[in-house]
Each structure stands twice: as C-alpha cells, then as structure tokens.
Write a protein that binds this ligand. Structure first.
Ligand SMILES: O=C(O)CCC(=O)C(=O)O
Ligand SMILES: [Fe+2]
Length: 195
C-alpha cells in the first residue's frame, strides 16, 4: 500500500513472472483488435495518442464523449489474466480497457476513472507489459496539503490497484517521454455496473 492520503493504491511489482509477461505481450499485441479512436481536444477532432481496445461481458457497455461502446467478447488470454487479477484483488471484473503505447510519444493525459458506470469507489486493477513507463498521480485539489504528487515506474508484469476514494481525490496520467522506449501494453480491469 502506498502512503497517499485519501487514496488506496497498491503496487505489486512481481505480479507476473517475466516469461509470462513476455508471452502475453506478444500474444496481445497481435491478437487484440486495436483501434486509434478520435477524441475532441479543445473543440478539435484529433486521434488519441495511443491504441485502445475494450473487451468484456455483453452487458458491460461504457459511454464517453457522447458515444456508447459495446465490449468485444473475452478472449481466452484475457479470461485467464482476469482470473489471476480477480484472485489477487478479491474482486470480480466484467470488462477490461487495453491501451497500447507504441513509443514514448504515446501517452495518456490527466484524468480519473470516474465514469458513472464504475460506481462511487471503483476498484481499477492495472497490469503493465513491455516497456517501463512513468505513471503519475496528483491530487485533484493541489491547495490541500499534505497531498504531494507521486511518480511510479510501472514495469512489465506489475499490478497496480487503485481503489476506495482514489478516483475521487486523485488524477493520474502516463506522460510522453523523450527517452527511447519500446512499446508498452496496459490493461485496466474494471467492473461496470450493469442495469
Ligand atoms: O497505462 C496506464 O498505466 C494507465 C491507463 C489508465 O489510466 C486508464 O486506462 O484509465
Ligand atoms: Fe485511468
């Protein structure tokens, strides 16, 4: 457990053995239906700076930017990994968002995983494969000490869990880096509350 106020963040750097992480990276890089989705940035349509995909149970739909996404059905590899993550977190998940950061120029901006479909205090379980990237956390309200920003290095095979009030009080991001880095694949397992 990391020492953050008003948050519950846990990092297991040895969640997956290196050979399994390596094998999963290869399997998912080629076996997932990756897309580069358009988003609105300052009123302009641009492409997201990464590839994404959304898998899960049929009812676990997700809405953002006025669009509703239906998940693709679980693949055997994703099902297997979901089982391992569920056992580690003592939580059940019905969907996973996958992100592929092709190089250091791919990134994710500041946000919280706080869509209404996730409920008030979601458990977000994040598995990283491939290149190590920096994951930054900062308080939503910087005026309130002792909340200090925090940077984690998410290496291949690690499991990061954010739960409790984390999404309510903290934002997170994966910034661009000028360092030469290979590709990184991240999976965030989530529980969508279905009607
Ligand atoms: O790539 C990561 O480590 C973070 C992904 C993330 O924040 C998300 O999918 O909401
Ligand atoms: Fe996120």
């Amino acid at each position: 457990m990391l020492p953050l106020p008003a948050a519950e963040v846990l990092l297991d750097t040895e969640f997956l053995p290196a050979p399994l992480a390596e094998q999963l990276l290869t399997e998912l890089t080629t076996g997932i239906a990756w897309r580069q989705e358009p988003i609105k940035l300052f009123g302009k349509q641009v492409l997201q700076p990464r590839l994404t995909a959304w898998y899960g149970a049929a009812g676990a739909q997700y809405s953002y930017s006025g669009l509703t996404w239906q998940p693709l059905p679980w693949t055997p590899a994703l099902q297997r990994l979901r089982g391992q993550v569920e056992a580690a977190c003592h939580t059940s998940f019905n969907s996973v968002l996958l992100n592929l950061y092709r190089d250091g120029q791919d990134s994710m901006g500041w946000h919280a995983d706080n869509e209404p479909e996730l409920g008030a205090a979601p458990v977000i379980a994040s598995v990283s494969l491939g290149a190590t990237r920096r994951f930054r956390l900062r308080p939503r309200d910087p005026q309130r000490p002792p909340h200090e920003p925090l940077t984690l290095e998410l290496a291949s095979g690690s499991l990061l869990v954010m739960r409790g009030p984390t999404q309510q009080h903290w934002l997170h991001a994966v910034p661009k880096t000028a360092r030469p880095v290979g590709s990184r694949l991240n999976l965030t397992f989530r529980r969508i509350i279905t009607a």
